[in-house]
Design a protein around this ligand. Sequence first.
Ligand code: C2O
Ligand code: CU
Length: 463
Amino acid sequence: MNRREFIKLSSLGIGGGALMSSFPLWSSLNKPDIRLVASESSHTFVPNQKVPTQVLSYNGSIPGPVLRVQQGVETSILFENQMEESSSIHWHGLRIDNAMDGVPGKTQEVVNQGGQFTYRFTPPDAGTYWYHTHQRSWEQLAKGLAGILIVEEPNPPKVDQDLVFAIDDWRINGSMQIDEESLGDLHAWAHGGRMGNFVSVNGLANKAYSVSKGERIRFRLINIANSRIMTLRFNLPTISVIAIDGQPVTPYSLEKGVLTLAPGQRIDLMIDMVLDPNHKSPIELLIEDKAHQVAYFKFSDKVKREQLLDNPIALPLNPVNRVAIPEKAISVPLLMEGGAMGSMQEAIYQGRKMTINELVQHQKIWAFNGVAGLPEKPLFQVNQGTAIGLAVVNNNAFPHGIHIHGHHFIHDKEPSYWRDTALFSRGEKGRIKFVADNPGKWLIHCHMIEHQAGGMVTWFEVV
Ligand code: C2O
Ligand code: CU
């Protein structure tokens, strides 16, 4: 019985008690598990910040709330747009139904001011993911529209704390407001993207993590910045990498404590807290050989365990880890061109060949295979189950992080890792292999968001 019929019957007084008592059940079945409201709000990065920063946020929080959902269990998330501009939510890294992927114009209608959209999906793989706007994201993401999504294993490894480290990059002016003038700055777009002057962890300057000696911690790192590649240094000897872009890897120890996260990438660490009570251990961001403390572990005066636990625990494999990629794959070239100091003279934009000067008028300065922006026809269209080998050539002066929607892939540089976002440094060539097994229309783009907006985006279709 649908809702209409029910209302009709009950208004006629038919059905009586049985129907009435079924109403709470009906409403609980239709109530979303999670509600995310995007709105203009204000945020403070430091406790004594005099003037709060005006941001765009989910549920008033920077970053958005950490959503914890269960692997293999359907979740519904009601998105309400209370902003004055249209938006959508993309679930970065999740292999879910195309209609839930959150790409306006490709998988759904944009959600206008006052509008709603219910996302409903069953995440097949456990791990660390995130969600963010996919509308004018060069602006909306820079203003704060991102949050963390954790898909929990049915039996997660036992740890003392499961913590999130979401690192973001902000461009803040003298009055502690987002520097709006630099949004859309084509000079920055043509370089590494619009870089900030302030880095936050979980929305805070110098975030403190309270720990105790002997604790074992799962530490989920997510780079939610628009364009800044984050090289981080940890100062503890007992750190293992246990997952990359959500997917389990055979645990390995983090040599020298240094790791790099391109925008969109995630790494899960397992850390055993070795220091004595009341010590501090900084987490640093390395920028051109300079270390900036962005967070720290603060050891309490208690001891959890005198003897550290041995050997990091491996995470249970995900279904994606069992996808076999056949040797024979259809090879698709993906040439990245453009940007400052690049050699791109012309490209096709909206079906028309344009010179670089014309392209600049349209804020387009990057291209895949000579096409800037989303082409009308897909880069390739294949039957479900086809193996694809993207032959990526970075033929310009900047690094780029390639992200594929709805799929995970293997990058031949790191053949045992399943990723959804891979970094290609300047001049680098490489191959990304995956099985196009998820029907629908999927984007491929650079996750330096200003490069995506500047033209480095395409799509493919699985039928
Ligand atoms: Cu996280 Cu299309 O992106
Ligand atoms: Cu790029």
